[in-house]
Design a protein around this ligand. Structure first.
Ligand code: FES
Length: 164
């Protein structure tokens, strides 16, 4: 197995085991992708290659599925996942200014994660709390009526003490 991604030997063995369970079973692709992502948190290229090989599907097919479903990720995700709503109500009430402030404070663009592995920033459709627009969520916490100026204070609660 190609092992250029820095994963522990035991993790590669477990990945191998999952793939072997479904060897040649093309219909199990999504299930296998889920289990592999659960194991390591994302789906790097090397893992996709192994899955394609094991299940007998093309790499293009694997990549197509991974990029189609937003719950699959090809990059490591941060400990805290920040979702900014870009639904109509939030958009009209300033969610893009909130997103800009988040990008500035975190030093990343939407779709990326911070180098310290703490935050992943993403844009999503309606979060179902339009009355509180603009809305963001951080993991299971929801923040409504968010103003850009409130972002540093909100982030502070998730940063280790002493980190600005
Ligand atoms: S549009 Fe943002 S919560 Fe519905």
């Amino acid at each position: 197995m190609t092992k250029s991604v820095e994963l522990q030997k035991e993790v590669w063995q477990e990945l191998d085991r999952i793939i072997q369970e479904h060897r040649g079973d093309r219909a199990a692709l999504i299930q296998v992708l889920h289990r592999c992502q659960e194991l390591i948190g994302y789906l790097p290229k090397e893992v996709q290659v192994q899955i394609a090989h094991g299940l007998g599907v093309s790499l293009g097919e694997v990549y197509g599925v991974v990029s189609f479903y937003s719950f699959f990720s090809t990059k490591p995700r941060g400990k805290y996942r920040i979702s900014v709503c870009k639904g109509t109500a939030c958009y009209v009430r300033g969610s893009m200014e909130v997103l800009e402030r988040l990008e500035k404070e975190l030093g990343i663009k939407a779709g990326d994660s911070t180098d310290d592995g703490l935050f992943t920033l993403e844009v999503v459709r309606c979060l179902g709390a339009c009355g509180l627009s603009p809305v963001i969520t951080i993991n299971d916490n929801t923040y409504g009526l968010v103003r850009p100026d409130a972002i540093p204070r909100i982030l502070m609660a998730y940063r280790p003490a002493g980190v600005a």
